[in-house]
Design a binder for this molecule. Sequence first.
Ligand code: SF4
Length: 475
Amino acid sequence: MLKESLSVMDMFKIGVGPSSSHTLGPWTAARRFVTKVLSAPYPVIRMQVTLFGSLAKTGKGHGTDIAILLGLRDEDPVTFDLRMLNSLIDQIHQQQRIHLGGKHAIAFNPLTDLVFRYEESLPRHPNGMHFLAHLDNGEIVSDVFYSTGGGFVTHEQEFDQQSSTLMLLPYPIECAADLSKWCRNSGLPISGVVAENEKAWRSAEETHQQVLTIWQVMRECIYEGCQTGGELPGGLHVERRAFGISQRLLNGAAYHDYASWCEAIRSGGLSFANTLDWLSCFALAVNEQNAAFGRVVTAPTNGSAGVIPAVLQFMLLFDPPEDEDTAVIKFLFAASEIGCLFKKRATISAAMGGCQAEIGVSSAMAAAALTECRGGSVAQCLMAAEIAMEHHLGMTCDPIGGLVQVPCIERNVMGAIKAITASQLALSGDPDKARVSLDAVIRTMWETAQDMNHKYKETADGGLARVIPTSLSEC
Ligand code: SF4
C-alpha cells in the first residue's frame, strides 16, 4: 500500500453535496482536465466525458453529471454561488453549449457527450472517468481520473507514485501504532502531533484560521438545515425533518442568528431526551443540506458529513469548553488523524468498502476527537475510535434511487450517537484490557471491504436500494 502524507485540510474539504466521491471528485477532475486542455496551443472544438462503474450507476442520483458540467466550466466548489446551479445547468442543456473554463464556448450536449457506461469499470478503482478533447488541429487529448473517496482525485499515472512529502513530517504516521508511539515519545496528545505535522504545510496561524473556517461552514450548514423545510430534490419525496424537530424543540423560543439560536437551544436544558433530539437534529440538518446540493464539508465524505459537525456542536452546546476556538481546533485535528489512518490502511470510499467506509469512519473520527476533548488519554482516544468502527463493520452502501438520502441521512444520526457512546465507553474503560486494537479493526474493515459483494458498494444494486421500489429504481 502506498505511503502518503495527508493534511487536516485534505480530510475536511469545503464543497457541494451530495457526494464527495461522485460530486466533488468528478468536479475536481473536470477542472484539472479543462485547465490542461485550455493551455494547449490549439483550441478545443469537442469534448466527451465517460463515467464508469459506480460513478455511472449512482452518478445521476449523486449529481455526477451536474458536477462534471460545473467542473468543465471551472467553477470553484468552495465559492460557487449555489443559487445559480439550476439555471446554469438548464442553460447548458437548452443551448447544448458549454463555456470551458468559463470562457471558451463549444457545442456540448450533456445527453450524448456525457456518457454513462453502467456495466464497465476501469481497472484501478470503481469510480473511473475518462475525459477526451478534440483540438482543432486534429489532435486528441485524453486523461483518466479516479475519484477515490472524500473528494480525493487521482490521475491514472499518479496511482503508483509515492508521496514525496512523507519524510518531511516530524511525525510520519502510517498506522495507529505509529501515532501512539509519537504521542508517547513527545508527550503530545493526538491533536498536538497533528499540529506539529501541519507546520510542514503552512504556519500554525494559517492552519488555525483554515480549521476555524471549516467549522464555520459546518455550523452554517447545521443552522441553515434547521431553518429549511420542504422536500428534498431527486423525486424520492423525502421530507426534511431537521426544521420540524428544531421548531418543536424550541417551542417558540426567539432567535435571530446562530448565536441567539445556540442560546435558545441551551435554555432547553441538559435532559437526555433534549440533548439526544438536538444531536439527531444537527446530523439530519447537515445531510439534508448535503442532499439538496448545499455547501458542506467532507468529514471524511459528503455522505457522512453530518456525524462530526453534530458531535462537535453537541459538545460545544451541552458540555461547553473554556475556549471554544481551541476546542474546535483540537477536535478537528484529532478527528482528521483518525480519518487519515483509515484512508491510508483501508479506504474512505463507499465504492470500495460500503457504508462502513463512510459512516463508520466518520463515527470513529468523532469518537476519538470527543474523547480527547473530554480529557481522555491517547489510548482511550484510539479505543473510542476502535469501538465506533467495530460496530459499523460490514455496513453496506445501498442508497435508494441512487440518491444520498435514504438510508444515508439517518445513518449520520446513528453514527453520531455511536461516536458519543464509544467515547463514553472508552473514557470509563481500560485500554490495556481492550481485546481489539484500532489497527486490528482498520485491517478488519479493509478485509471486509474486499469481501463485500459489489452490489453493496455504492452501486444501488443491492440492499434497500433494491428492496424498496421507487419510481427511480423499480425492482
Ligand atoms: S449508504 Fe452510506 S456510503 Fe452509501 S451513499 Fe449513503 S451514506 Fe454514503
